[in-house]
Design a binder for this molecule. Structure first.
Ligand code: NAD
Length: 253
């Protein structure tokens, strides 16, 4: 789908890491962007630095009314045709650990943000997209974010891997559910990327993570995620697919 001057992209988690890089890329490609993120995030500053056609809407992806308000704000800028769902969290902790069982509350929170939040955004945005005139056959494109943990598992990340597995199932279903509306759904499953989510790791841990990537032996760059997201938007045949972006990484046991 070609981006034109009435195209609007809504990016959740747009204030940081993969979402911020994607917002920058789609803005440079000519879309107006709505950055959806928590009030505590950097999204307001990023929107301001991008320019007049960028807007920050403070919203929690779990909240239906807040996301509806973000979708409405996007529609005020033009045609909401692109959604990139990047908001996400992880809560490390083994299922049985020194502090006892992996907390049920932690598990629930991760599922609520990563899976239910993703569904909430998909559902409300897709509803809005049905009002668009088709462009290159598409009324809209939704790009969601899973993780290689959904396929490989990840020690100490039971909630995270479960939530991302849910995003994979949602992709395969939603793409076919929304096909007759002219809306595509494609998910990127990143390996290990250099973003604030990974910041704070000790140097030796980062080195180990880099060595786990067969080629190139380094962490992914947020611009590499953004470039795949832009390609998904552009390519009308990409639909109902989950694409690993991981340098051939397979999570070790
Ligand atoms: P990040 O922490 O840099 O950014 C995530 C953003 O989501 C933050 O701005 C945060 O404020 C926002 N957010 C968190 N909870 C939210 C909520 N309830 N409502 C709205 N916004 C919320 O993370 P990132 O590394 O850019 O990750 C982006 C996505 O990619 C996540 O879904 C993550 O699980 C996934 N991912 C990342 C990696 C990696 O290595 N960085 C690997 C695989 C998958």
């Amino acid at each position: 789908m070609q981006i034109n001057n009435s195209t609007v992209a809504l990016i959740t988690g747009g204030g940081s890491g993969l979402g911020a890089a994607t917002a920058q890329r789609l803005y440079a490609d000519g879309a107006a962007v709505v950055l959806v993120d928590l009030p505590s995030s950097n999204a307001a500053q990023l929107a301001e630095s991008l320019g007049e056609r960028a807007k920050f809407v403070a919203a929690d992806v779990r909240d239906e009314q807040q996301i509806q308000a973000a979708v409405d704000a996007a529609k005020e800028l033009g045609d909401l045709r692109i959604v990139v769902s990047c908001a996400g969290i992880g809560t490390p902790g083994r299922i049985i650990s020194k502090r006892g069982l992996h907390s049920l509350d932690d598990y629930r929170t991760v599922i609520e943000v990563n899976l239910i939040g993703t569904f909430n955004v998909l559902r409300l945005a897709a509803q809005a997209m049905t009002g668009n005139e088709p462009l290159d056959g598409d009324r809209g494109v939704v790009v969601m974010t899973a993780s290689v943990a959904a396929f490989d598992g990840q020690v100490g990340q039971a909630a995270y891997a479960s939530s991302k597995g849910g995003v994979v199932g949602l992709t395969l279903t939603a793409a076919r559910d929304l096909a007759d509306k002219g809306i595509r759904v494609v998910t990127i499953a990143p390996g290990t990327f250099e973003t604030p989510m990974m910041a704070g790791l000790p140097g030796e841990v980062k080195e180990t993570l880099e060595k786990q990537v067969p080629h190139p032996s380094r962490l992914g760059r947020p611009q590499e995620y953004a470039s795949l997201a832009a390609h998904i938007v552009d390519n009308p045949m990409l639909n109902g697919e989950v694409i690993r972006l991981d340098g051939a990484l397979r999570m070790p046991p």
